[in-house]
Design a protein around this ligand. Structure first.
Ligand SMILES: Nc1ncnc2c1ncn2[C@@H]1O[C@H](COP(=O)(O)OP(=O)(O)OP(=O)(O)O)[C@@H](O)[C@H]1O
Length: 571
């Protein structure tokens, strides 16, 4: 007769945040009380137990809505079945690292987006994986678990070649159907290969061999490598160029003031045709070279897909392939890019170049090596994670404040807010352990026909009411971003309780430290400053725009914080 104390607290603790962050047609909150298992008896709806451990979590067709808390299954060690089939869950797929008993995973018919997490190919006992009918992007991982006998990835947005592993060869085309970008066997869609170099381009030969080796290796090891994108671009732009030339081609930047004379200095007039550079020192490649390079998908955003491209010279750039500006004229696009490309600040991602044609718009940005703040905060939570300490978080928030201040000062006349300030648009690099953060994706707002639903500024109260976004709306987004940094909680999902309401509720009552991310809470010396920053974030997220501080005031508040290592600056 097992006593009430003898259930596994860590399993309950893991499931409670899930219970509290979901909405559904079933009253999870009311039902999931007390321990989930007593003896082999389950006490919670949708849970099965064995030896007092939670072994199955099956919540199907109950209209579950929301994003899954990061790493919420990590301590449910004995889980063998997970099913959320036919709900409305959104966000990235759950991390299943270390769930070695897991046999069946049914996440089909939801709204999950983003790539298939890498840990899915390391589940040693997985026999059924159903992910069909979601919005999953990226490439298919090289699954090679002998145990895998049922796989369905159809009706998603997967792309690239299907890896030819022994295990994946078991499955018919119905496992992969209806993914527009997917190619290779068993589908009837052959994969494209890079165009061969012309005989006169002898010196490029070793690089092509090198890139083929790189692509082949990465195809096996790195699941997100895509080789087709730039080839498609190449074909499309080549085709278009030929057409244009035939009908007295007009240069895309004709009539617009040139920012640099790089074309003359490269001595290669071919290269000057398509790309416009803002700084001479960057003008070391041309469109054709860019299109020949290998590309890896970094992520799919609101306006298109961003790729990492490695040029023949070894230079790495981030290429944003903009999809959402179909109606924009060349003049409008070029004008805005020239405005944004001129902006230079330590805390802004540098726009290196851009390309415009009616069907294809590329923005080439400096590549930032250590990824986004979103990934640093929420990625790989659980075992093996390197904590993001308070000093680093402070440094990043301060950098964001500096970048935004500069942006607001530079674009004041146009009154163009950033518009999409959120953690995935804050990119971070580390030098000798010190972080430097830069803002990306700024200033696109005037180019979009309508405000996209995933734009950060959409959550700002006055914008929700239909008012025009302003600098003060960015300050609201900044406040939300700061709350995300200090709480470690996702701010992405509209369905969840508003992060600022939750923090306000807790903080107003007794300045409880409960809101802070456990990773920073251990640093007791920082508690006072953490509370000061929380208070600042709440001021930034005031409903009334006039009551929010401006960027200069915000920067001053950060300057007042004298945390010892914060004053180390890197160049
Ligand atoms: N310049 C860059 N250097 C390095 N990584 C980048 C760069 N730009 C974007 N990324 C990565 O690519 C991912 C996708 O970026 P993208 O801007 O396309 O979408 P997003 O930020 O997720 O959404 P949104 O389009 O709403 O801004 C980002 O999460 C980031 O990790």
């Amino acid at each position: 007769d097992i006593g009430i104390q003898e259930f596994y607290h860590e399993e309950r603790d893991a499931l409670i945040p899930f219970r509290d962050s979901m909405k559904s047609s079933f009253n999870l909150h009311g039902n999931w009380t007390g321990p989930p298992c007593l003896n082999n008896m389950s006490r919670w709806m949708g849970i099965s137990c064995s030896n007092s451990h939670v072994t199955q979590l099956t919540l199907e067709s109950i209209n579950l809505t929301g994003t899954l808390p990061v790493g919420f299954l990590q301590n449910v060690t004995f889980l063998s079945k997970l099913s959320f089939h036919n709900n409305s869950l959104s966000g990235v797929l759950p991390n299943l690292t270390n769930l070695i008993h897991l046999k069946s995973v049914f996440l089909s018919s939801n709204q999950f987006w983003g790539p298939i997490p890498l840990d899915y190919i390391h589940l040693p006992n997985l026999n059924t994986l159903e992910l069909q009918e979601n919005k999953i992007t990226g490439t298919i991982l090289p699954f090679d678990q002998e145990s895998l006998t049922a796989l369905n990835l159809s009706y998603n947005q997967l792309s690239g070649p299907i890896p030819e592993t022994k295990i994946l060869k078991r499955f018919k085309s119905s496992s992969f159907d209806h993914n527009p970008g997917l190619c290779g066997k068993p589908l009837d869609i052959p994969c494209a290969v890079s165009p061969p170099p012309s005989p006169s381009e002898n010196k490029k030969k070793p690089l092509k061999v090198w890139s083929v080796v790189l692509i082949a290796t990465a195809g096996a090891i790195v699941p997100f490598l895509v080789i087709v994108f730039l080839f498609c671009c190449y074909r499309r732009i080549q085709g278009k160029k030929a057409k244009k030339e035939a009908s007295e081609y007009q240069h895309p930047t004709e009539g617009v003031e040139k920012k640099s004379q790089w074309s003359a200095s490269t001595g290669d007039p071919e290269k000057s045709i398509d790309l416009e550079f803002f700084h001479e020192h960057n003008a070391v490649f041309g469109l054709e070279e860019l299109l020949r390079s290998s590309a890896e998908v970094l992520g799919k955003g609101t306006m298109g897909i961003t790729y990492k491209a490695i040029l023949e010279s070894g230079l790495v750039v981030a290429v944003k392939r903009v999809k959402e500006m179909k109606s924009i004229t060349e003049k409008e696009f070029v004008r805005q890019m020239q405005l944004l490309g001129k902006l230079r600040h330590d805390n802004l991602v540098e726009i290196i170049s851009f390309y415009y044609s009616k069907d294809e718009k590329l923005v080439i940005n400096e590549f930032i090596q250590d990824g986004s703040l979103f990934e640093l905060l929420h990625g790989s939570r659980g075992i093996g994670r390197i904590p993001l300490n308070w000093t680093t978080r402070l440094q990043i928030m301060k950098d964001v404040a500096k970048g935004l201040t500069f942006l607001h000062q530079s674009l004041s006349s146009q009154k163009t807010p950033h518009g999409n300030l959120k953690s995935s648009n804050v990119l971070v690099s580390f030098t000798n352990g010190t972080a430097r953060a830069k803002l990306s994706d700024f200033g696109y707002l005037p180019l979009l026909p309508s405000l996209k639903s995933r734009f950060a500024i959409r959550k700002c109260p006055e914008v929700m009411e239909g008012k025009k976004p302003t600098h003060q709306s960015d300050i609201y987004s900044f406040g939300i971003l700061v709350l995300e940094v200090i709480t470690g909680k996702l701010s992405e999902d509209d369905e969840n309780e508003d992060l600022s309401d939750w923090v306000r509720g807790v903080v107003d009552s007794d300045w409880s430290m409960d809101i802070f991310d456990l990773e920073i809470l251990v640093e007791k010396d920082g508690h006072e400053d953490m509370l000061k920053i929380a208070k600042l974030a709440l001021e930034c997220t005031q409903v009334s725009p006039e009551r929010r501080p401006n960027m200069t005031q915000i920067l001053n508040r950060f300057e007042e914080i004298n945390y010892p290592q914060l004053n180390i600056e890197v160049n």
